[in-house]
Ligand binder design. Structure first.
Ligand code: COS
Length: 384
């Protein structure tokens, strides 16, 4: 399937490419070292429309399609994967959840400030004992008067420390299993919301990943997102879109790896000629480019299905599975082609390798994607 991009999509892609290469890329290695959250860059991205990409203009966004979003996100990931994951969770999970499931009042309250990048979104589903199986979560939500009271903890929450709003799920009716899980809009500074352990990570170091502790955390009754018991569904629906985002990030990082491998091997001379002349490397590069192209097509395919309001859950999982596994190979090859320099922080190859490692894990591991794909093919297993 060949994709003919519209003029608008090419324009968005070019805007993101220029921004990523001129603004994000030159400072990405430094952010990796200092772990500084890219707040200023996110505000600039808000000005350019990248923080409310699919939010309708009535709520302050630019109302673009998922294809444009995936194209832009790939470019941002090319420049800085840490910035890209913040953009990804913010747009494809948080803004999407509020836009799709929020009341008009909630949309008015949150989306305009999210679209500017002033208020960044986080998504708190995972718990210490409930990762791949979010239906086993234990955080509780109890309606007391005109407030919801949340108790429990969430684990590995991207942007948890810096988010203006966190969409958190909790069990509001234990008897109903996953249909008793609800979703809540928890503003930064809500009483009883405590930032726990800040993870020290292998990669994506400028994006914070934290534990969130809810100790009698009180939020207004009106901060319930959707209806009671809709939290699991909201999470599943938004993760489908999120997985398109991770495939886009994978494509962006892999493309950076390939471009850097090409540049390095053309410069590097051994045995009296550039190492890019050796067929062993040329063919590897051909394979890398082919794999990236396949992943890009799968990512855009899932995005396009979503834009056409067709089922895309399986295609999103396929894109995420393929692209996130692909970038592991490509990033490893890029290091190999840099030789000893690839192992040094002097070059970006090692950072890409570290950043990409989580892509097969977050927003559903590769194993979970295979469950989603096989369930779509075969129906759920007959024994549970
Ligand atoms: N879209 C809409 N609804 C969905 C859905 C989707 N993509 N996937 C599942 N659902 C619904 C089902 O329709 C079902 O609803 P009803 O009970 O109303 O019929 C409900 O969710 C439960 O579905 P299912 O029985 O398939 O759920 P399981 O508990 O077996 O889990 C997986 C399914 C494994 C796919 C799910 O738990 C999952 O995605 N896990 C990974 C979570 C994840 O990505 N974590 C990372 C956190 S973010 S970093």
């Amino acid at each position: 399937m060949a994709f003919v991009l519209t003029e608008e999509q090419v324009m968005i892609q070019t805007l993101a490419r220029d921004f990523a290469r001129e603004v994000l890329m030159p400072t990405a290695a430094q952010r990796d070292r200092t772990k500084e959250f890219p707040r200023d860059n996110l505000l600039k991205m808000g000005e350019l429309g990248f923080m409310g990409m699919m939010v309708p203009p009535t709520y302050g966004g630019v109302g673009l399609d998922t294809m444009s979003y995936a194209l832009a996100l790939s470019e941002i990931a090319y420049g800085c994967a840490s910035t890209a994951v913040v953009m990804s969770v913010h747009n494809s999970i948080c803004c999407e959840a509020i836009n799709r499931f929020g009341s008009d009042e909630q949309k008015q309250d949150w989306l305009p400030q999210m679209a500017t990048g002033e208020c960044i979104g986080a998504f708190a589903l995972t718990e210490p004992g409930a990762g791949s199986d979010p239906s086993a979560q234990r955080m509780r939500a109890e309606l007391k008067g005109d407030e919801w009271v949340l108790n429990g903890s969430k684990q590995f929450i991207t942007t948890g420390q810096n988010a203006g709003v966190t969409i958190a799920t909790a069990v509001s009716d234990k008897a109903k299993g996953h249909r008793g899980i609800s979703a809540f809009l928890v503003p930064q500074g809500a009483p009883g919301l405590i930032i726990g352990k800040v993870e020290d990570k292998l990669g994506l170091r400028a994006s914070d990943t934290v534990q969130l502790i809810f100790e009698d955390c009180r939020i207004p009754a009106g901060n319930l997102l959707g209806k009671p018991g809709m939290g699991f569904k909201i999470a599943m629906v938004c993760l489908d879109g999120g997985r398109i985002g991770i495939s886009a990030q994978s494509v962006g990082v892999a493309t950076a790896c390939l471009d850097e491998a090409i540049a390095f091997t053309k410069e590097r001379e051994q045995f009296g000629r550039p190492v890019s002349d050796f067929q062993g490397l040329r063919w590897k590069m051909a394979d890398m480019a082919t794999q990236i192209e396949a992943a890009r097509m799968m990512c855009l395919n899932a995005a396009s299905l979503k834009d056409q309001n067709k089922p895309y859950s399986m295609q999103a999982s396929m894109a995420k599975l393929f692209a996130s596994e692909m970038v592991q190979q490509v990033a490893g090859q890029a290091i190999q082609m840099h030789g000893g320099y690839g192992f040094s922080t002097e070059y970006d190859a090692e950072r890409h390798y570290r950043d990409a490692r989580v892509f097969t894990i977050y927003e559903g591991t590769s194993e979970i994607q295979r469950i989603v794909i096989s369930n779509n093919l075969l129906g759920p297993p007959t024994t549970r």
